[in-house]
Design a protein around this ligand. Structure first.
Ligand SMILES: *Cc1c(COP(=O)(O)O)cnc(C)c1O
Length: 395
């Protein structure tokens, strides 16, 4: 099997699993309990908080653990919106290609009377800091721009956007779920006020994430019912999950440069191999790109069929994001970078991880063009394109 869907989720690292095990077995205490076993769990929790803080270059008491990236995004946005509303600021700026955890939360706020400006991300999938500066008004209470896109892998100019937001005294949140553990992040140097991350995107466990909130920025709880996480997130902590997240993040941060160098070399080789397929195009900027992301559109095929045939060959890939599969709508990200509907349907995302090998890349470069050709030979759309009865969108 060749697993190239690391943007959807990753395999738990051995280090993370080992760190978690004792908290399922002998150290099962509740961190809120006063006896020794409870306090050992509380210490493990604080140790994990310190590790996450070190990786992001912030203070330990600026980290709040959540049930994942989606919850962190919801809490950050709803919290900033509530703070803004109390001050008559009901304008929010974001982009057209955010994760649905952000977009759907913003839609909910629009129904409650907020005004949302979604910035265009251009053909290369990168928003410019100037667009953010131009969109800010006296009513703006929040700018939320993702660090790196989960479908096309493009990295946004976060430090420049952070600088603009700080100068205008506007809260800046970034969904960094695809970036944390893969790119070097310094929340202080980049003027980030709030940042979301998720364990299972960097070889930690699923169902656990964290929200960084800069000291001085108000955070409201989404879930009420207890004093956990300094009263900002009620519920008995997922101790094993949090310990696993921290262990995975520490390992990822310690090997960041080495992993990025190895993975991006594989990525570049794969991109070069797939670029030989006619009437196909890479999605997103070639340079401002996550080390592991390869995303293509191929004209005249359906991404879903491509995935099924690749699955038969033991290749686990994705057509866009895991969240849009099962629906017939083309990816909002591919539409955002200007791909027409019929082309957006023919998308393929291969997201690489440190366990992928050069041999696997060779297999992908051999198999994928064959599968694309096989599907095109059966496609009426492709026949029309070849006969000249329809014109190619991708030359
Ligand atoms: C995966 C992902 C999320 C959601 O994280 P979960 O932990 O699965 O809830 C949010 N944003 C981005 C960019 C993601 O890739």
């Amino acid at each position: 099997m060749i697993y190239v869907d690391h943007a959807a989720t990753t395999k738990l690292s051995d280090t993370a699993l080992k760190a978690m095990m004792p908290f399922f077995t002998e150290h099962y205490g509740n961190p809120s309990s006063l006896y020794t076993m409870g306090q050992q769990a509380a210490e493990a929790l604080e140790g994990a908080r310190r590790t996450v803080a070190e990786c992001l270059h912030c203070r330990r008491d600026e980290i709040y653990f959540t049930s994942g990236g989606s919850e962190a995004d919801n809490q950050a946005i709803l919290s900033a919106a509530r703070w803004g509303k109390m001050r008559g600021k009901t304008h929010i700026i974001s982009t057209t290609f955010e994760h649905h955890a952000v977009l759907h939360t913003l839609q909910k706020l629009e129904k409650e009377g907020f005004t949302v400006t979604l910035l265009d991300v251009h053909e290369n999938g990168v928003v410019s800091p100037q667009q953010v500066a131009d969109a800010i008004t006296d009513e703006t209470c929040l700018v939320t721009v993702m660090y790196a896109n989960n479908e096309i892998g493009t990295i946004q100019p976060i430090a420049q956007i952070g600088e603009i937001c700080r100068a205008h005294k506007v809260t800046f949140h970034t969904d960094a779920v695809q970036a944390v553990g893969h790119l070097a992040i310094d929340v202080v140097a980049e003027n980030i006020d709030m940042l979301s991350l998720s364990g299972h995107k960097f070889q930690g466990p699923k169902g656990v994430g964290a929200l960084y909130v800069r000291k001085g920025v108000t955070l409201y709880p989404l879930i009420e019912g207890g004093a956990q996480e300094r009263r900002k997130r009620a519920g008995t902590e997922n101790v094993a999950g949090i310990v696993g997240l921290a262990a995975a993040l520490k390992e990822a941060c310690e090997h960041l440069e080495e992993n990025a160098a190895n993975i991006s070399a594989l990525r570049d080789k794969l991109i070069a191999g797939l670029e030989t397929i006619p009437h196909g195009a890479l999605n997103g900027d070639l340079t401002h790109r996550l080390p592991g992301n390869v995303s293509f559109c191929f004209e005249g095929i359906e991404g879903e069929s491509l995935l099924l045939l690749l699955d038969d060959k033991g290749i686990c890939a994705s057509s866009g994001s895991a969240c849009t599969s099962g629906s017939l709508d083309p990816s909002h990200v591919l539409l955002a970078i200007g791909r027409p509907h019929e082309v957006a349907h023919g998308s393929l995302r291969l997201s690489l991880g440190e366990e992928n090998t050069p041999e696997e890349i060779d297999v992908l470069i051999r198999e994928i063009p064959q599968v694309v050709e096989y599907l095109r030979n059966m496609s009426p759309v492709w026949r029309d394109l070849q006969k000249g009865e329809r014109s190619y969108v991708i030359q």
